[in-house]
Design a protein. Structure first.
Length: 201
């Protein structure tokens, strides 16, 4: 109850502040100013009386109920926004961490288990090796000053032995079928089995 009374007190003080600001903004016309000043004084006095009543616990039940309803509505809106924020945060995390299932349409649990047997908890580490250490495997030169490179978001692990790779230089693009093998130190060796440029016959 004390917490709600404190909240009501803060709301009332906020209303008083707004009233005084309104008074300052609208004091251009002298006669209107005097009239508004008197009206505002009456409203301020009424609010001060409500604040005093709050302090004494004598505010009428109807006013308390109305203010409590407003507080409950604001609390519900806050809770709803928090839930929506948590849902969006969860969706973002699922898209930016771990293996993106949209980038692995061919990978099932069997393939994932085979890759784990090779020593990789995250299959994306295999694609990272291709992208970071094996740009020279691309069998085509870039054009118009572009440089051919692999794009991890468009490379797919097919099995524990094969990857479908995508490369481009910003002007032309292509696909490659690669075979990879892993030694006891988790070092990966890559071999291109076939490749082509998009649009080629």
């Amino acid at each position: 109850m004390k917490r709600r009374n404190f909240t009501l007190l803060i709301l009332s003080l906020g209303v008083i502040t707004i009233l005084f600001l309104s008074l300052i903004i609208n004091k251009g016309d002298r006669e209107d100013f005097e009239s508004e000043n008197e009206a505002l004084r009456e409203q301020v006095n009424a609010l001060e009386a409500q604040i005093e009543a709050l302090g004494n616990g004598n505010i009428d039940d109807e006013t308390v109920e109305e203010l409590n309803t407003i507080i409950d509505q604001l609390q519900n809106e806050k809770n709803t926004l928090q839930e929506e924020n948590e849902q969006l945060t969860s969706q973002i995390e699922s898209l930016t961490t771990g293996t993106n299932t949209q980038n692995d349409p061919f990978m099932d649990d069997f393939v994932r288990t085979k890759i784990e047997d090779l020593g990789f908890d995250d299959p994306e580490d295999i694609l990272k090796d291709l992208v970071e250490n094996n740009q020279d495997l691309i069998p085509y030169e870039g054009v118009l000053g572009g440089t051919m490179r692999w794009f991890q978001d468009h490379c797919y692990i097919l099995t524990e032995k094969y990857v479908l790779g995508y490369f481009e230089d910003g002007h032309i693009s292509g696909q490659a079928l690669l075979r990879y093998s892993v030694d006891n130190n988790q070092d990966i060796t890559w071999v291109i089995l076939d490749a082509y440029l998009d649009g080629e016959e």
